[in-house]
Unconditional design. Sequence first.
Length: 514
Amino acid sequence: MKKIIAGIFLAAIALPQGVSAQTPDNSFGTNGIVVQQTLGPIKAMAMQADGKIVTAGAAHNNSVYHFQVARYNNDGSLDNSFGTNGAVYTEISFISEASCLVIQPDGKIVVAGTYYTGDFVNIYHAAIVRYKTNGDLDSSFGTNGIVMAELDFSESVSDVVLQSDGKIVIGGGIATISQIAVKQFMLARYTASGTLDNTFGTNGVARATITPYSEIKDIALQADGKIVAGGQQGTPSPIGFPDDINFAVARFDAQGILDPNFGNGGTVVTNVAIATSDVISAIALQADGKILAAGNWLDTVAMVRYNANGTLDQSFGINGKAVHSGHPTPLKMVTAADGKIITASTVPYDIEDGGDFLTTRYLAHGSIDNSFGTNGAIITNLGGTRTDFAYNLFLQPDGKLVVGGSSNDGAAMVRYSIDGGTSTGDIDVAELQFTTYPNPFSSDIFVNWKGSKKQMKVHLQLFNSIGRREHAEIVILQPGKNQLQLPVLASGNYILTITDEQGKTSNNKITKIK
């Protein structure tokens, strides 16, 4: 049955096939695939500055779920220097699940999710745990490393971001005791020690009621400290009338107040596709300040791009919207240096054959990139008749793509070499030879280019220790000394990538100090 469904999917985007430049990275796991049946599904991933991959999710044992965090070496093997045999388990309640994580510049790992109190049916609260670099609980955070928040009657947690001052922001949904059926956008900010930051929102919590049912699914932090949140708004309709849920985006300032310069009083609602439920599952901030949102429902992918003020970007798709039917809904999204958009989702599955990882790439203006995989998509079966689900993805600084999720309820990852992405060892050193100095640096930093040309146009990008892009710009380099104009940065390790017009890339580790 699955083979028929997959065929329908590919037929929906069928165009003449080209030669794929994307291949599994055979230096990772077995033929690019890692499956760990002893661990639970991977719901979140991040990359350390040293190239190790940290994952989070839930371990399941006899109807009991615990936070599970694991760390993998660059080759996909478990890192035995972390926890016990590469993994740690944290019991918060008899049902608790990690949904997101972020790595601090000092290497500590912040993991957030939800836990069930057992008081009422389907009542969950926010949980945040911080681990040391070896996997031990960090006793300087919360109570013995754990924050068990009860912010109101119930909360859900979908994402977490780390501010440059070390404060932690979680995003999700919240319901009050007086209006149990009403859900609001929710952001909560904690200090570096795990206490609610009372300078944010009201007593540390910011809310936005867009409609009687609204919830944040993903958040992103702007360079100016403003927080962009994407999710859904609306009231679910009866079966057969699913068009009462729409994309919702809100922007809060650094104090947790809705930004009046964005949309309508800080929020934007977009009805993307007629007769479907439109739910944002992922957002991304572009270097030019535009906001990209992706999601939708079942077999339709919808992407919307907003200008910095919340208006639709008319240069994207059709009137700011790109809709592709016959595509499984993406759960996560990244944007590449060239502006292309990559999403992770799952080919529809059935009991007989299970599902497969699906990775799709779109051009910067929203159409399918048919140079990627087969007709714009890579479908990966992780082996046999396993039921595979892709939940997230990220791009490494060297251009390789990692997709994470589950296979037969175990942890699973795939790493691809994308478009011949090169490492430092593959560079033509005659024209792409750089040194950065001083390193470490406190304020000014320079690139010394040793090429022979009069000048060279390059794409410069800066990634933090979790692989999130902090800065991007086009630079004209002159031979010799070139000063970089980087934004204000927190102390820590970063990867500076310099890509020429032929796509060759130099990766440089730099360290910011006070």
